[in-house]
Every structure is written in structure tokens, then in C-alpha cells.
Design a protein around this ligand. Structure first.
Ligand code: SF4
Ligand code: SF4
Length: 177
């Protein structure tokens, strides 16, 4: 099992339904979020293209947040999902500084929190909260080790990119372009 997510940037309309669904599902405090929307203009005038991305933790294969966490709160879990254990977190912020994607925030209770790829849902066979509500079906989540999964097929047929690839973190979050 190797969990991964892809966002079809040609379908994302930036409605933020995914952000609200995640905040509700994961009891994220008001003013914080585990996922967010980025709007980027690419190209040169007059050939410009607006790329809209729903972003979150990349669940990196080579995760600096896991390496720098002194207590083992940040760790690799089922299918490569990176999780945090609030009870083990001392709030030092080492993981926040080492993450090149600014994917973590400080919870109002002091510990560091971030996207969990809805581990509690996907391990029960349910879609992630963001995938479940996306009105344009641009979020694809699944098992990269299964050649028949939708995410495996889409990454074989579509052009895609990862964010900040030179950081060497091997993100498992892909953006179809
Ligand atoms: Fe994009 Fe889907 Fe999120 Fe809306 S719900 S912003 S379309 S990813
Ligand atoms: Fe860690 Fe950041 Fe990679 Fe998520 S995106 S696994 S928080 S380094």
C-alpha cells in the first residue's frame, strides 16, 4: 500500500469546499487549516494560464519533518501517510521549520498539526473528506502500488508535477497539469 493524492489543476475551480470539509472533519480550529488553495498565473502575456491548486501536506517519502521531530510525534504510518501524535508533541516547531511546504500549523492546544490524508477514513475504505465533497471531482486519492487504481492510471496517462522537487522530499501529492 502506498497512499497518494493527485489534483487535476485543469478541473479545480478554487471553491474551497475541500478546505471547509477538512476543517469540519478534522475539528481544525477557526483561523487555521490543513489544506488551502493556491492561484498561480503562468506563461507570458498574452498566453497566460491561471493554475488553481488545492494543496496540503505532501506525505513525503523522504520527510524532513519526521527526521527533525525529536520525540517521534511525526512518523510514517500506514501506506506512507505521515501522522503526528498530539500527546507526544512538545510544540518545539522543528518540523514546521524543516517542512519546505509550510504544511503545518500550531493547534490552539499547543501541538503541531497538519493533513493526515484522513487516515481514519481511508483505512476504513472511505474517501478523504476533501475528495468526498469536491464538486468537480478533481481530487484523486488511492494506492500507487495498485496498478488498477485510478491514481495509478491517471499518473500513467497525464502529465503531472510535484511541488519544490529539488528539495528532495519525494512528495506523494501530485498535480495534473
Ligand atoms: Fe478545487 Fe475541489 Fe477544493 Fe473546490 S473542492 S477548491 S474544486 S479541490
Ligand atoms: Fe512533512 Fe512537510 Fe513533507 Fe508534509 S509536506 S511530509 S509536513 S515535510
Amino acid at each position: 500500500m502506498r497512499y497518494a493524492m493527485a489534483i487535476d489543476t485543469k478541473k479545480c475551480v478554487g471553491c474551497s469546499d475541500c478546505v471547509v470539509a477538512c476543517q469540519t472533519e478534522n475539528f481544525v480550529p477557526i483561523g487555521s487549516s490543513r489544506d488551502w488553495i493556491v492561484e498561480e498565473v503562468n506563461g507570458r502575456f498574452p498566453k497566460l494560464r491561471m493554475e488553481i491548486r488545492s494543496e496540503r501536506c505532501n506525505h513525503c517519502k523522504n520527510a524532513p519533518c519526521v527526521r527533525t521531530c525529536p520525540t517521534g510525534s511525526s512518523h510514517y504510518s500506514d501506506g506512507g501517510i505521515i501522522l503526528t501524535i498530539p500527546e507526544k508533541c512538545i510544540g518545539c516547531g522543528a518540523c514546521v521549520i524543516s517542512c519546505p511546504y509550510d504544511a503545518r500549523y500550531r493547534h490552539t492546544e499547543g501541538y503541531i498539526d497538519k493533513c493526515s490524508f484522513c487516515h481514519h477514513r481511508v483505512t476504513q475504505g472511505l474517501p478523504t473528506a476533501c475528495e468526498a465533497v469536491c464538486p468537480t471531482y478533481c481530487i484523486i486519492f488511492g494506492d500507487l502500488n495498485d496498478p488498477e487504481s485510478e491514481i495509478s492510471k491517471v499518473l500513467q496517462t497525464r502529465e503531472y508535477k510535484t511541488l519544490i522537487p529539488h528539495a528532495g522530499t519525494e512528495p506523494q501529492h501530485f498535480f495534473l497539469i
